[in-house]
Each structure stands twice: as C-alpha cells, then as structure tokens.
Design a protein around this ligand. Structure first.
Ligand SMILES: [Zn+2]
Length: 392
C-alpha cells in the first residue's frame, strides 16, 4: 500500500519536471562563475542551477531554461557563509545586516544566558536565514564591562539546562567566556559547569580564551571532542604560544582529539598579528573563521565576514581552504547546519557570491596593528533559499 502510493507520487514529480512553454526547468541559473565548493573539492568554472529553493545542478554549460539567468563570470560562487561566533541575536536588525555580508547561517555565541535567552531565540526565529544560539553559562549572558562570571551564583547549571530544554531547536551549545576580566579566578569552575549543563543534551561548549587566570594547559583537558575554542590567536598571557613563541604541545594535542579552533576576530584583546603569524608559521591554522560580529562591526576591524577571510589570504592560506573554513567546516560544528555549507544537489540554495579584488588593502588586528594585503574578498551577490536577496 505504502509502496504503491510512493510510486504514484514519484511519477507525478517526474512529470512536473518536464520543461514546457509554461514552466521553466529552473528558477535561477548562476552562469559562468568560479564555483568553489570545498565540500566536494570543486574549484572550476561552472553553472549553478536552482529550483524550488534547492541546488538542482552544478555543471559546465547547463542547458535548459530558467526563469532568470544571471551572468556571474569573474565572480566566486561559494556556499552561503556560516559565522559560528556572532552576536546577531542582540537586535532585530542583526540577522538582516549579516545577510548583506553573505552570511546565510549564524550562531549567536553567548550574548544571553538563561534569564534572557528567549529574546535571542525570538530574533533567531524571525531572521531571514538560519540562526542558532549558544546559551551563556552565566544566567545574565554577557555583562560588559564588568564580566558575568565573577559571581559564580550566576553560573547556574539547572537554569542553563532549562533554557536548552525550552529551545532545543535553536540553542545548540553552551558558551563560557574565560578571560580574567570576565571570570577572575573562576575560569575552570565556570567551564566545568558549562560542560555539566551541556552533557545531558550532548551539546558542544564554546570557550573564549586569552588573558585567562588559568593557563591553557589547565583549560584544554576540560574540553571534549567537538568543543570550540574561539579567539584562538589571543595573545599572552595564557594563549596558544609559550614565552618563546612556540605552540604549546597541548594545543596541537587538543586539535588531534577533535577540539575545534575558531578565529573569532572581535575588536578588543582577541587577536594580534604576531600571534597569527607565529601560529600559522607553525602550521596552526583556523578550523573555522568567525567575526564575533555585532551591529557596530562595519566600523571596527571586522567590517564584514569576507574582510575577515581576506586576512588569511594575506598569510598565504589557499582560497579553497579559506572558503572551507567559512562554509563546510563551520557547518560541521553544529548538526543544525548539516545540509548547509555545500552546493551539493538537493542542498538548500544558499549561495554567497564574492569578488576577489586586487589592490592595496589595510587590515586591522585588535591592538590597532595594521597589515597590508593585496587581495580582498567583497560580498557580490547573495541567494538565500533559492531567492536573490542581493543581485550578483
Ligand atoms: Zn563574542
């Protein structure tokens, strides 16, 4: 019975695909771009065809008519960008602004705790693209200035678990900010509580490192496979490098057992060029990029996600690897993004078009340090769920 019904449905679907004078085969074809999709190891000139909000074909010279065909020659056509450390949930406009930078998926990383997570969740549900949140282990969420973890009564495991249980579809992990100005000497205990809150739900914990009270070698053993270290190039004290600038063996060991290291641009104290340089010279590159974005980011060293990606062009990271960090690698961190970060046939048609411009571009770290690069990626067209939200 079930089988026959399935067969009938499949037959109807096939008939619906037959092109006719009335219905085009595809809704949209992005024609002749440089398609970089690291999820399938593709970097070549291809057309991308979209139908019904999904990727329908990625091929050279796609034949078949489309409601709209857009010439994207000279542009990079990549899966929509995924930013796993933002504060987009803080305001209603956040998700829409991020979308304009090519970000078709975001995670708000701990803006809110158990007391105020409902507001972040409402923004995530109301945004145009997929948005998720990490609940701060401190019930208040980020308290800045001052810091949310000086009073450990705020790091309430039961309340954090309640927040997760209320919003299982949106809350995808727990965040703990461990720098000394946020947590004082409470960093390790705060992380233990974050793990305790996450454990029954099998969720990852994201920690923010740098300038912590405890050394990284005491922090890292408390992380499990799939947990995320953001602000990975935070300078001393207690960053990834020893006093001679050598990568701590504990850091590479953590990566080997599956801890994810995220760039997390930010604006204050989260990275300096010297640490990026020494880290990358020793082969320690990010698994994911993220901006630590907020509505003010246009006026800080973040500017937009493609600008953050471009900093690593300057350090010699191959473009396909840069796009991987911003798409498939980020998608793999949270199961919510399982079908994203790819242009695979059948995936939601979230596409970021980028322009790689040559010139002289000044990039900023968090200490007013500037470096000059000669290539910069710019947002140059966005497709979300098959619809052009910014024309290529
Ligand atoms: Zn942040």
């Amino acid at each position: 019975m079930m089988n026959r019904r399935k067969l009938i449905c499949a037959g109807a679907a096939m008939l619906a695909r037959v092109p006719s004078a009335l219905a085009a085969t595809y809704d949209l074809i992005l024609k002749g771009g440089r398609v970089i999709d690291p999820s399938v190891g593709l970097d070549a000139i291809r057309d991308v065809a979209i139908a019904g909000g999904k990727i329908a074909a990625v091929k050279a010279n796609i034949a078949g008519d489309a409601t709209e065909t857009v010439d994207v020659r000279g542009k990079i056509v990549a899966p929509g960008l995924i930013d796993i450390h933002t504060h987009a949930g803080r305001s209603k406009e956040g998700p829409e602004l991020l979308l304009q930078d090519g970000v078709t998926g975001w995670v708000d990383a701990g803006s809110a705790g158990a007391d105020n997570i409902d507001q972040i969740v409402a923004v995530a549900r109301g945004g145009p693209q997929i948005g998720r949140a990490l609940v701060n282990i401190a019930r208040t969420g980020v308290v800045s200035p001052g810091g949310e973890l000086h009073d450990m009564n705020r790091a309430n495991v039961a309340l954090a678990q309640g927040a997760i249980a209320r919003h299982r579809d949106i809350v995808v992990g727990v965040k703990a900010r461990l720098s000394e100005n946020v947590a004082g000497a409470n960093d390790l205990e705060a992380l233990r509580r974050a793990q305790e809150a996450a454990a029954p739900f099998n969720l990852p914990v994201m920690i923010h490192i740098g300038q912590s009270f405890s050394p990284l070698r005491a922090v890292l053993p408390l992380l499990k496979r799939g947990d995320i270290v953001t602000h990975m190039y935070a300078p001393a004290p207690n960053g990834i490098l020893d006093e001679k600038g050598r990568l701590f063996p504990d850091v590479t060991a953590a990566r080997r057992r599956g801890v994810i290291f995220d760039f997390g641009n930010g604006t204050l104290d989260h990275f300096d060029w010297a640490t990026v340089e020494r880290g990358t010279q020793q082969g320690f590159w990010p698994d994911t990029f993220s901006t630590d974005w907020n509505v003010m980011s246009k006026t800080t060293g973040v500017i937009d996600f493609p600008n953050v990606m471009s900093k690593f062009i300057m350090f010699g990271m191959p473009l396909s690897q840069i796009i991987a960090c911003a798409t498939i690698n980020a998608a793999r961190v949270f199961p919510s993004f399982d079908d994203r970060g790819t242009l695979n046939v059948g995936a939601p048609a979230d596409v970021a078009m980028l322009e790689l411009r040559e010139g002289t571009f000044e990039f900023l770290d968090n200490y007013k340090g500037t470096r000059t690069g000669h290539q910069r990626l710019f947002p140059a067209g966005i497709v979300l769920a098959g619809k052009q939200v910014q024309r290529a």
